[in-house]
Design a protein around this ligand. Structure first.
Ligand SMILES: Cc1cc2nc3c(=O)[nH]c(=O)nc-3n(C[C@H](O)[C@H](O)[C@H](O)COP(=O)(O)OP(=O)(O)OC[C@H]3O[C@@H](n4cnc5c(N)ncnc54)[C@H](O)[C@@H]3O)c2cc1C
Ligand SMILES: NC(=O)c1ccc[n+]([C@@H]2O[C@H](COP(=O)([O-])OP(=O)(O)OC[C@H]3O[C@@H](n4cnc5c(N)ncnc54)[C@H](O)[C@@H]3O)[C@@H](O)[C@H]2O)c1
Length: 475
């Protein structure tokens, strides 16, 4: 028997879906159903994304610092990973986070269906449970997330390989790993593996790793990885992947100084970090009239409405950036748009604008950006001035032996309004937040310099480029 239509049906109970459900229920008192087909509740960020990766990266950062003890005049005879203990600690922490989310989802505020859904028509889905349950709703949010993509590279599909799920769940230290790709996942987990003592080879297609960032920023991370012993190839084209007796062999064309050579590398394991794709297969979107962008994401407007206006999309399934605070904001916005009167639509959160994009790569040194990058300002023909300052000329970072990196600030040339910032170096992911409020409040470099800056802190380094820009702009 079909149930009475819900006010909101949420497909996928991750960051976007859960927060849409919460807003619909708590702010609007609506009747909400959540459908999620995963074995465990919690979503990607908690179970296999942000939280496990950052737990493990933090543990290897502590290990790395301990191994550098001599630099700081410390005698630490042995510092080595106990992977079973690390794995157990990660599992415990993640279980607590997941349990908290599962309790919220099972609190009785929502009807929770543990199955996968596919559309029957624009208001109805059918579940893949025993009863083929049908659920209908006035409004629907698609928040089914993303999955690892396996590009059509010769031999990849037929060769056993790991995804980030497997790397995050290792309870042994592999001897050697070839990492395919040079995006955030590849780079963060390469450093994790290397610091465990694994022999790592990273193979990236574009001329730099982290291709969406500036070449200057990615060069710092590239150098840091090489200094730690990662064999890193950029500007490559993978030709063939094959299983061998002892693991895997990857053959690729490598371009260096204008010459291209064929290179082969072998390792015990292969890690596919070639990107993720939206989870839309199986949803039967055609039955709902929901269309995709050429990149395969669900097409959504500024209020997260799809091409069928009562159906919304949020999170990785629509993008454009796979970042958790954006998934949450999109889910919340969708729920508010669905239930506020059409005469009083919700304000679009400023953080969803590309001019306020915040991005962190949790390597050490870390890479963090906010606002528009230099390349974007140039492409948009927005006038700007820039100033930067290196970590190796700042008291606090020198005493911490955190010399790699720099802070760069971008501002408008007239008033000095902050347009963006790029920080590469220790704690960049924390420091970048110093620019969040000024950016949203349209503050200037002069405003920021009126604030107090404690000495000696890493944060204080930001005053140097601010002062340079202040001198260049009229107050
Ligand atoms: C290794 C890794 C590290 C990351 N680190 C960071 C980080 O540090 N910071 C950051 O901001 N972002 C990070 N991300 C990205 C971040 O995790 C995602 O952007 C975010 O979790 C996406 O949330 P979502 O709600 O769109 O999807 P998800 O959380 O994936 O939720 C989708 C849900 O939909 C369910 N589902 C799928 N299909 C169906 C169906 N047909 N019917 C019903 N349910 C379905 C799934 O079971 C899942 O629970 C990381 C990602 C990875 C992989
Ligand atoms: N710290 C964070 O916020 C964080 C951490 C991890 C993941 N994420 C999110 O997860 C998403 C997915 O990350 P990802 O790293 O899997 O994807 P990605 O798309 O960022 O990176 C994939 C990489 O693989 C390379 N590549 C693709 N095809 C190739 C080929 N045939 N040969 C060689 N290289 C090839 C690409 O050039 C790219 O560098 C990201 O968009 C990111 O926003 C965020």
């Amino acid at each position: 028997m079909p149930t009475k239509p819900y006010d909101l049906l949420v497909l996928g109970g991750g960051s976007a879906g859960f927060n849409a459900a919460r807003v619909a229920r708590d702010e609007f008192g609506k009747r909400v159903a959540i459908v999620d087909g995963a074995r465990e509740l919690g979503g990607l960020c908690i179970l296999r994304g942000c939280m496990p990766s950052k737990t493990l990266l933090w543990m290897t950062e502590v290990l790395h610092l301990a191994q550098k003890g001599k630099t700081f005049g410390l005698h630490i005879p042995v510092a080595r990973p106990d992977i079973r203990a690390m794995h157990a600690r990660k599992k415990k922490i993640i279980a607590e986070f997941a349990d908290y989310r599962a309790r919220a989802m099972n609190s009785g505020k929502y009807d929770l269906y543990r199955a996968n859904a596919r559309f029957i028509d624009p208001h109805t889905v059918e579940l893949n449970d025993d009863k083929r349950t049908r659920i209908s709703a006035k409004k629907i949010l698609i928040a089914t997330g993303s999955r690892v993509s396996t590009p059509p590279i010769h031999g990849l599909a037929d060769t056993p390989h790991w995804t980030s799920d497997d790397v995050l769940d290792l309870n042994f230290i592999p001897k050697s790993v070839i990492v395919l790709g040079g995006g955030i996942i590849a780079v963060e987990l390469t450093q994790y593996l290397r610091r465990l003592g694994v022999r790592v080879t990273l193979i990236q297609r574009s001329p730099n790793i982290l291709r969406d960032h500036s070449p200057e920023a990615s060069a710092v991370i590239q150098q840091a990885l090489r200094d730690e012993g990662v064999e890193l190839f950029t500007h490559t084209r993978i030709e063939k992947i094959a299983q061998t007796k002892r693991g895997v062999r990857v053959t690729f064309a490598h371009t260096h100084n204008g010459a291209t050579k064929s290179v082969a590398r072998e390792a015990a394991h292969l890690f596919n970090a070639l990107g993720r794709e939206p989870n839309t297969a199986g949803l039967n979107l055609a039955a709902a009239g929901v269309r995709l962008t050429p990149a395969g994401r669900i097409r959504a407007n500024r209020h997260q409405q799809t091409t069928t206006p009562h159906i919304y999309a949020g999170g990785d399934v629509c993008g454009p950036n796979d970042i958790v605070h954006l998934a949450i904001a999109q889910g919340e916005l969708a729920a508010r748009h669905a239930f506020l009167p059409s005469t009083r639509p919700p304000r679009i959160p400023a953080i969803l604008s590309s001019a306020h994009l915040l991005n962190v790569v949790f390597t050490d040194p870390a890479l963090a950006t906010i606002g528009l990058l230099e390349s974007q300002l140039r492409a948009k023909k927005i006038p700007f001035i820039a100033a930067s300052y290196p970590y190796n000329d700042h008291g606090k970072t020198i005493l911490m032996d955190a010399n790699a990196g720099y802070v760069k600030v971008l501002a408008d040339p007239k008033r000095g309004r902050i347009l963006g910032a790029e920080i590469v170096g220790r704690d960049a992911g924390e420091l970048i937040h110093i620019f969040s409020t000024p950016l949203i409040m349209r503050a200037t470099v002069h405003d920021m310099l009126r604030a107090p800056w404690y000495h000696p802190t890493i944060a204080e380094i930001i005053t140097y480029p601010l002062e340079e820009l202040a001198e260049k702009t009229n107050q």
